[in-house]
Design a protein around this ligand. Sequence first.
Ligand code: FDA
Length: 303
Amino acid sequence: MFHQLIANILPHLPQSFVWKFSKEYVAGQNIEEAIDNARILNAQSVETTIDVLGEFITFLDQAEANKKEYLELIDKTDSAGLKTSYSIKPTFFGLLLDKEVCKAHIREVVAKAASCGRFVRIDMEDSPCTDMEIAIFRELKQELPDNVGLVIQAYLKRTYSDIESLADLNTPESPVNLRLCKGIYVEPAEIAYKDHDEINKNYLKDLELMLQLKMFPAIATHDRELVEGSYRLLEKYGVGKDQYEFQMLYGVTPALRQSIIDKGHALRVYLPFGADWFGYCTRRLKENPQMVSMAVKALFNKG
Ligand code: FDA
């Protein structure tokens, strides 16, 4: 009730007020601010993956403008010499409006990143997008094997077999690079685990499969139990420090983040920025009001 109330009130509050809370989690409203924040993290030996906020566009011509923003982002971050990759949401390029146009835009972004020796990860959105996003990854992975990765969600019951189905793309020279996260969307119980323990069990099972297949896992979580479980699996399989990385969202659990870095593991921070920060934050909270308590908790407990 309380969560729902806050999530409903938030869109009606002045943006300047909401920004006071959001700036903990959003790396800026424009490219320059995102670059400044990425530079600060790079100076702390933390690499970043930068995301232009926005998703589920309703007119296809927005996709062209969104692609141009990514191309500009790649140019500017490359000129700034940042240690960064990029994360993209296919619905920002019109996945649900025209799959072919979307794919062409994503291909252009990945090709641009590849021309600078950089990497683009395709974020995973809600379940109507899953098959299409895997298909786009599959195609691009064959064209630009070193420059594209995908996200998979441990809450989906299908994920274990999705990992198996990607094994044919995996080679020692260019392992399949998958960010493993729990999943953030509200999905029906027929297709998704709902229970925290069940999701965590599945997360570690998925990670173990990736390690057995010698894929490159990007272990994206702020859950201490999963971080500990991942350490055990990395040790069990004798995984080299350059064969995986941890990932966390900007502003979330910085003390846990630092403890991972202190142990010598690579850690990348996901930096979302952009003009759509307000719409993005309020949409996410409305979809999943439980995030209100996470945001509040993280504000007061930075561990
Ligand atoms: P859990 O939800 O149990 O959180 C553990 C603790 O971390 C919480 O108790 C809280 O303190 C803190 N916390 C977690 N998330 C927080 C937040 N947003 N704000 C404040 N505190 C928070 N999902 C998806 O469906 N598709 C995707 O492409 C991605 N991409 C992605 C990239 C990266 C780098 C990360 C870290 C996460 C994602 N996610 C995602 C989101 C992911 O699916 C998941 O919803 C969140 O990471 C929360 O799950 P945890 O594993 O952190 O555990």
